[in-house]
Structure formats: structure tokens, C-alpha cells
Write a protein that binds this ligand. Structure first.
Ligand code: PEP
Ligand code: MN
Length: 338
């Protein structure tokens, strides 16, 4: 770290800062100018105490960090990129991955119709929430264990792998018993106890970006999963909250490009939560391919007008098939295949 001391600080006060830097475990290397001293503090910022607390000293002008706060998720630690095996499907390699299905698992007929349709259109994973994080307690909360049973039945019939959300620590074991990938939702992206419990489950985890999370915070949340022993993490950009009202959220494709640069983890884009409008999903999928995403998470419902959650953003099976068919040239242009 770099500690900048205020101009014209008396020598004894400069020495006080140097002493504190040593006490905190760093090797101080002062650079003394005519008016101002800057101290390079040499040490591993990810294992030593942060020197930011030195801002508390009146003679300290600024403390600058040199290293990134995340280590295990950073691209430097694995320049070649990570390929994750989720139930036999590889994510982050040459294949562009499609996860699709209803926002919520509602009943057997709804789920089976959707599963068959997305399978026929070329999806690799069936998505569907058995546990739903709803803004209002009066809205449909999901079928719970019955929803998990229906997802298992859909996998048995279609061969699609399952991705489904886990809402709380106490459900991790149960949901991990069904899921090929555990989804951590936007509202839980900084629920660190849940992240640790999901890491310990040993299942691959898809980590959504929180509604107002900076990329650094998102990567640090992923760092929790790796630091607790689970290397199988997929990042998912699903839109952030901004002042815009024409879309439900603002899909941040720049963050996808940054996440791909900064981290070796695969990145998936969820255009459905990302814009909240079925009419924009197709073009946003193309954008996701173009910025280097490794796959998509798309909501599909046999009859969106009757959906128990997120009807406005779900595609019907026909539109989904058209989306996948029309995506093929874009995926090829990006050097991938479906
Ligand atoms: C969902 O995928 O249906 C969902 C609730 O996602 P998010 O956590 O991104 O809002
Ligand atoms: Mn949804």
C-alpha cells in the first residue's frame, strides 16, 4: 500500500506513521521529498491488516491500495479461464450454454410443457424457482419441496440439468439434493453465511449480481465461495437498479466484459430479470454473446399471461425457439457453438 503524508509534516510525526506501518506487519520504505513524504508499505495486502485505518492519523493525507482485494477469483490466478462441470455439462468452454425455464415452478403441467419445449429448442439446463424471493409476502412464494420433486421429474424425462434458487441457509442441503447448480439470487448475493453454506455443499453455484452491487463487491462475494473451498462458481449479470423506468433493471453488459477480464470464472447473462420485458430479451441475448458471455439464463413459460411471477418478461415456447435459432450465427461469430 502507499501512505501519503501531508506536506510539511514534522519529522517526528512522519516517524510515527512509519512505526505504525511496521507494527501492522508491513515493511515501510519512505520516499522523502522536499515538502512531502510518501511511504511505500511492502507486504501482502490480502493477508495483512489493511492500512486504511492510518487515515485516522491527522498527518496522513491518503492511503492507496496497490493489490486487488480478491485473489482466488482474479484472472491472474488462472489466466486460462475456468471450465465448470455441472452435472456433466461444461460451462465456460467452447459451448455457449442456455439455461431456460419458468421463473417459478407452478405445477406439473406447466413445468413439463416448458421443459420439453426448451429441450427441443436446444437448452442445456432447466431453470425454475421452487423457492421464490418475492418483494411482497402476499405474492406466490414457490412450491418448496414439491417444486424440487417436479424439477427432478423433468430432469428424469428430458435429461436437462437443473438450476434452482436456494433462499436460505437451512434449505441448502435439501435444494442441493436436487439441483445440478445452486442459484444464489440478487437479493442474497451478499448473504455471506448463505454463500459459505453453498460453498460447503460442493455443488456448482451461480451467483447473481446484487441489485446495487459494484463489480468489485460481486467478485468479492464470489471470492467467499472460492475461499470456502468451492471453485465451481458461475457469475450471473441480471441487471442493476438505476433511475431508468423503461426497463425493470438496467442490464449492465459492460460489467460482463469487465468480469470476463478481471476473473477466470464463467459469466452468464440473465436478460429476463435484466430488462423485465419479453420484447427486449432476444436483442439483449445477442449483446450478451457479443461481449463474451458464456451463456444465458432465460425465463420461458407456456402462457406468460397467466404466470404466477414475472409474466411480463417470460417468453412463450415459440419465441424461445426463435431466439435460440436466430442466435446461432451470433454464437459462431463469437467463436463458440450452441
Ligand atoms: C429469478 O431468477 O427468477 C430471480 C428471482 O432472479 P434475481 O435473483 O436475479 O432477481
Ligand atoms: Mn424471475
Amino acid at each position: 500500500m502507499i501512505v501519503v503524508i501531508r506536506p510539511h509534516t514534522p519529522a517526528d510525526q512522519v516517524e510515527e506513521v512509519i512505526r505504525e506501518i511496521s507494527l501492522l506487519g508491513y515493511t515501510p520504505s519512505p520516499i522523502r521529498g522536499a515538502y512531502q513524504t510518501v511511504v511505500a508499505a511492502i507486504g501482502d495486502e490480502t493477508t495483512h491488516a489493511s492500512l486504511e485505518s492510518l487515515n485516522a492519523l491527522a498527518q496522513v493525507e491518503r492511503v492507496l491500495r496497490v493489490q486487488k482485494r480478491y485473489k482466488l477469483v482474479s484472472r491472474e490466478s488462472r489466466p486460462e479461464g475456468t471450465v465448470i462441470n455441472a452435472g456433466g455439462v461444461l460451462i465456460g468452454g467452447g459451448q455457449f450454454i442456455i439455461m431456460a425455464g419458468p421463473c417459478s415452478v407452478e405445477n406439473e403441467e406447466q413445468l413439463m410443457i416448458t421443459a420439453r419445449a426448451v429441450k427441443a429448442a436446444g437448452a442445456n439446463f432447466l431453470r425454475g424457482g421452487a423457492y421464490k424471493p418475492r418483494t411482497s409476502p402476499y405474492e406466490f412464494q414457490g412450491l418448496g419441496p414439491e417444486g424440487l420433486r417436479l424439477l427432478e421429474a423433468a430432469r428424469a424425462e428430458t435429461g436437462l440439468r437443473i438450476i434452482t434458487e436456494v433462499l436460505g441457509e437451512r434449505d441448502v442441503e435439501l435444494v442441493a439434493g436436487t439441483a445440478d447448480i445452486l442459484q444464489i439470487g440478487a437479493r442474497n448475493a451478499q448473504n455471506f453465511q448463505l454463500l459459505i453454506a453453498c460453498a460447503r455443499s460442493g455443488k456448482p453455484v451461480l451467483l447473481k449480481r446484487g441489485l446495487s452491487m459494484r463489480v468489485e463487491e460481486w467478485l468479492l462475494a464470489a471470492e467467499y465461495l472460492l475461499a470456502h473451498g468451492n471453485p465451481n462458481v458461475i457469475l450471473c449479470e441480471r441487471g442493476i437498479r438505476t433511475f431508468e423506468t423503461y426497463t425493470r433493471n438496467t442490464l449492465d453488459l459492460a460489467a460482463v466484459a469487465i468480469a470476463k477480464q478481471e476473473s477466470h470464472l464463467p459469466v452468464i447473462v440473465d436478460p429476463s430479470q435484466g430488462c423485465g420485458r419479453s420484447d427486449l430479451v432476444k436483442v439483449l441475448c445477442r449483446g450478451a454473446v457479443a461481449v463474451g458471455a458464456d451463456g444465458l439464463l432465460v425465463e420461458v413459460h407456456p402462457n406468460p399471461a397467466e404466470a404466477l411471477s414475472d409474466g411480463q418478461q417470460q417468453l412463450d415456447p415459440e419465441s424461445f425457439r426463435d431466439l435460440v435459432d436466430s442466435l446461432d450465427p451470433f454464437v459462431r461469430a463469437a467463436g463458440r457453438h450452441l
